[in-house]
Design a protein around this ligand. Structure first.
Ligand SMILES: C[S@@+](CC[C@H](N)C(=O)[O-])C[C@H]1O[C@@H](n2cnc3c(N)ncnc32)[C@H](O)[C@@H]1O
Length: 287
């Protein structure tokens, strides 16, 4: 194994991306979120971004396509489940990896990843269909498992952003509620075929408990969502203007009870722990 682990992932028999696309017998259709990885070096690196101590006994992949990442995941995991919506590619995956399917090491689930029952996976590694980035992420995050996911660049950077930056927003707070978020790699458009219109990033989310406690997680997330709809307003006005989103019945009571320093801030400068403290107060005096 090399120092970055990539040789170990690649192994001697790693399948060639172009050959996989040829054998699948279909090209990617951008209208169906089908941009396939064709740069071996990127594909080889993706599984190495899993945290070192991640349990690799059952890795989930969303959107297998021709199977280039599936192939690498079978090299590092005991078992892989791949969810693929497109029948042509689901059938290709079963054919291409018939031995692994037969051995019970690969399960191909044909269906919409937002609809099918997801298995009890131990980690998820995927080059996601970008059209479902947000919805699938918030299906995966509450499972509390390590995630290594490819996103559109802006989306991944917003997930990882810290308070006080222009990318910081609701997506940052709600993702970081579940884990530590890091951008591992920027991936150019040329790494895919067909080339997407946008650049991409690989993001790692390592699950952990937040550094704060919230009694009602759903209220906390709604409260954050509400305040970011008014990100240019002060928190004071944000609380007053968004009771229909946060569900507060008495926003004025929250404004009266909260610290003046907090009320003067704007959502973009509130750290997740500050949101949590304010949400706890709001839940106790304003609901
Ligand atoms: C960006 S491609 C990635 C393919 C392959 N993993 C790769 O890296 O080359 C996304 C794949 O997700 C599939 N897909 C799109 N929407 C889906 C959905 N809602 N559920 C499951 N798979 C989906 C597409 O058919 C496509 O194969």
């Amino acid at each position: 194994m090399t120092s970055d682990g990539s040789e170990q992932v690649r192994g001697a028999g790693a399948r060639d991306p172009d050959a996989l696309i040829r054998r699948a017998g279909a090209r990617g259709n951008p209208d169906h979120d089908q941009h396939f990885l064709v740069d071996d070096r990127v594909v080889d690196r993706i599984p190495t971004y899993l945290p070192e101590d991640a349990d690799r006994s059952h890795v989930l992949e969303i959107g297998g396509g021709p199977g280039v990442l599936t192939d690498r995941l079978l090299g590092v995991a005991d078992r892989v489940t791949v969810v693929e919506q497109d029948r042509t590619f689901a059938e290709h995956l079963r054919r291409e990896f018939a031995d692994e399917v037969e051995a019970g090491r690969l399960t191909v689930v044909e269906g919409d990843a937002l609809e099918v029952d997801l298995p009890e996976f131990t980690a998820c590694v995927s080059n996601l269909p970008y059209g479902i980035s947000s919805e699938i992420s918030f299906r995966l995050l509450p499972r509390g498992k390590p995630l290594v996911l490819m996103f559109q660049k802006e989306f991944g950077e917003r997930m990882a952003a810290e308070s006080g930056t222009s990318e910081y927003g609701r997506l940052s707070v709600s993702t970081q509620h579940y884990g530590d978020v890091e951008v591992c790699e920027h991936v150019p458009r040329e790494a895919f075929d067909p080339k997407p219109a946008v650049q991409s990033v690989v993001v790692r989310i390592t699950p952990r408990d937040p550094e704060y406690e919230v009694e009602d997680e759903a209220f906390f997330l709604d409260f954050v969502k509400a305040l970011f709809t008014q990100r240019r307003k002060t928190i004071r006005n944000g609380i007053r203007n968004t009771a229909h989103i946060s569900g507060l019945s008495d926003p004025e009571a929250v404004v009266e009870a909260a610290d003046e320093d907090v009320l003067r801030k704007r959502a973009g400068n509130m750290a997740p722990a500050e949101f949590a403290e304010l949400a706890e107060l709001a839940a106790s005096v304003g609901r």
